[in-house]
Design a protein around this ligand. Sequence first.
Ligand SMILES: Nc1ncnc2c1ncn2[C@@H]1O[C@H](COP(=O)(O)OP(=O)(O)OP(=O)(O)O)[C@@H](O)[C@H]1O
Length: 972
Amino acid sequence: MASAKGSVLKPRVPPSFKQIQSLPAGFTFDGSPKYMIAGGTYGGPAAEDNDPMAVIDSGRGDDFDNNDDSPYSGVKPVSLEERPPKDENEDGGPDSKATTLVMNSPSRTDIRWSDTTSYGPKKKLQAWCPLPNGDWALGKILTTSGLESIIAIDEKVVKLLTESLLPANPEILDGVDDLMQLSYLHEPSVLFNLQYRYSQDMIYTKAGPVLVAINPFKEVPLYGNDYIEAYKRKAIDGPHVYAIADIAIREMIRDEVNQSIIISGESGAGKTETAKIAMQYLAALGGGSGIEYEILQTNPILEAFGNAKTLRNDNSSRFSRVVQCTEGERSYHIFYQLCAGAPHCLKGFYNVTKLLGCGTGELKLALSTRKMKVGNDNIVQKLTLSQATDTRDALAKSIYACLFEWLVEQINKSLEAGKRRTGRSISILDIYGFESFDEYIQDGIDWAKVDFEDNQDCLNLFEKKPLGLLSLLDEESTFPNGSDLTFANKLKQHLNSNSCFRGERGKVFCVCHYAGEVMYDTSGFLEKNRDLLHMDSILLLSSCTCRLPQIFASKILSQSDKVMVNQYRSSVADSQKLSVATKFKGQLFQLMHRLENTTPHFIRCIKPNNLQLPGNYEQGLVLQQLRCCGVLEVVRISRSGYPTRMSHQKFAKRYGFLLLESVASQDPLSVSVAILHQFNILPEMYQVGYTKLFFRAGQRQMKCRIAKKNYTDILKASIVIQSAIRGWLVRRCSGDGALAPADKHEHAQVIEADQVVVKASVLAELQRRVLKAETALRNKEEENDILHQRLQQYESRWSEYEQKMKSMEEVWQKQMRSLQSSLSVAKKSLANDDAGRSSGSSTPLRDDKDFSWDIGSNHVRTNGQESNGMRSQMSAGISVINRLAEEFEQRSQVFADDAKFLVEVKSGQAEASLNPDRELRRLKQTFESWRKDFGLRLRETKVILHKIANEESSSDKTRKKWWGRRNSTKIL
Ligand SMILES: Nc1ncnc2c1ncn2[C@@H]1O[C@H](COP(=O)(O)OP(=O)(O)OP(=O)(O)O)[C@@H](O)[C@H]1O
């Protein structure tokens, strides 16, 4: 399966690169537009017959050593020493027996591609090693010393210049489906990756924005309804023509912009097949009855008239000729199809006149003579045999070209209805284009200039007026004395200053194309460019009784009229028609104009071998094609450029709804920036221009992911809010708190909805739900505010309490201190009294316990005789005071503990099922009553003690002093 992302990859096998010399000697520049469907134009095959740029020499041949651009340039022959690879730990230093090879470093092309040059040698890792025959081999670096490395390649050990090695990617990257994912992007790694995939029938690989398709030359199980369905549902996302067609159709609908699928590649690479596969997908999407299906149905007719067997392709849509064929080639299929089974009489010359509807004599005359006007005289000139043959061929080609154009017109007309119905189109054609960098500058984008091949000089060489190659060709074609040699000399005279041009000897010149140097021989250029169709031939066609020749004649004449108005005039009537070069250029400009108004999608077809065989991957041939069409460069540019662009308006319109805050009032730029920030898009992944946003490659998927993720997030959030509100409503109405929270069926539906594409109606519904949820949330927030206020009030009241408690405690402490000091002074006084008495008596102070002194009843019970009464009373007094002191200690401790506990309960630090406020009030009351009681008892004690003291000795003034002092103390 082509899309087998993450599929089990086979162990790495170093590809046995074939010799690069296996390249075809005569590769050609193959950039002319072939056809355009779905509202496009079909280029007539006959036009190619007259291609004036016939290539005679690619300039490559076998001598690759002399090609400066080749990474293999200057690589000297090397003999690999036949011996088993050394153990990793074995010393591979200067004494090693490995052959010392003098290998040049990779060319500037490779250096440009290698992300790092010092990587491999630092570690014992795998690296790509250039071989003298131009191949690359995967080797294991055994040791590196100085400038050289010892490498094990298969069974051999070689010594190579370290700088000639290119790092190999880790095995985990083998067979990645986008070349952009390769850590080390250079020619061997790209070639290996493509070969790896190709060997497993994964013929499609992404190269940044380009889809690379390698012709399998066999049926591969990648097509059909199941695959179409899978790509449609996005169950598969691997590189495929279907994926490209899918993106094109989706973008056409979403952006309302015409799309184009640009399929390029050399003859036999698989362009036509690829175009059909793309159409197959579009047709399937149209339900099998849309315009795409109709177009697909027209293919057999177009292929019959437009295709022929060539040496490069059995079903080539070009390079065939109506009037002559190279050996091994055939003319258009239609001739064989018509003639197959037809009676012999239909194949003769006579029947040509019959089919055209003209007389035999008239045809003979038109082909063997030419009428001319010299001054006022009309003269008839007999043609030579070769002139007559040329005239015949020109007429035949003209008729066929007109027939093909007419056929395409009919097909296009019959498809008009479909075109009107959709209003938009997807064009499929085979020409290549590049990203424009001017846009960055215009939009003020700060970008590190990417070093890419600028083709402008070469374009100027061909197009510039009046001294471009094509203008000079047209000019020379109109001169009666112009010849191929005078044309070649003119080119050398005017174009020598262009760096892409080099004049050679005689009629030969050389052009440095992007793909490489091509030598051209001007022999036959003028005649082919004039594409002579004598007026006699045109008149013959217009005199025919059949309708088609008449139509063709009027078409040719109307084209000539246009030339009369728009182009230069010549005294020769035959030159009054458009030259081939001008026609070709016109078509190309028209095509470019059409393309500029589309969103392009690129598919690059690669021919893996010239034998049209399955399973045969010629690396040299593949590399050549990759270089010629700039696939590697596209990947490199994509990695450093910003290929995805979108105007602020469009971006804001498309993704604005994802923003959390309402942005209705904001301008598109602010909305765009807010979206980028909200989704944490890394700054290095995009740039904000004056009018557009520029994204690095891959950000398109990222945007899709964002959209999908946010849709899912919003959906989930909506479900949570909805279920909470619904649950709350149901519980409130039913009074049943145990009701199940969510409806399973509904939940399943939502999950299903997550998987479908975001449709406008779904979004509208979603937005409605979000608004509803937002209202509910606002209400909740209001409730929350009220609660918050209440809490604040409560807290401030609690701090008041605390304040009061604190002051209360302070008072309490004061009172206690006062009582304590009173008690201690009393105690002291009594003790002194007791001591004084003891000096006259030996009776010891009795234990406190022996006395009970009921303060509360104001009654002092004594347990002794009157004689000892005074002493006993004093001892009892001391005992009472001690108890009072003890009670004070206990009570103060209990009160402090209780108060502390209630504060903790109040602040939530301690848990208790009591009301701290109420308990505090109670505690306070208890304290108050105890305080009063305690104060009373203390006063009574004082009074009693005072009495006793007075009774015992009224003369001892010193002892009574303290009472006087203490009495002044205010007891609360
Ligand atoms: N995806 C494919 N699966 C199987 N075979 C293919 C595929 N693509 C191409 N081929 C084979 O390669 C042949 C050549 O392909 P195709 O005619 O599409 O090449 P082309 O690039 O259009 O060539 P030309 O420019 O000469 O018209 C096809 O006839 C077919 O046999």
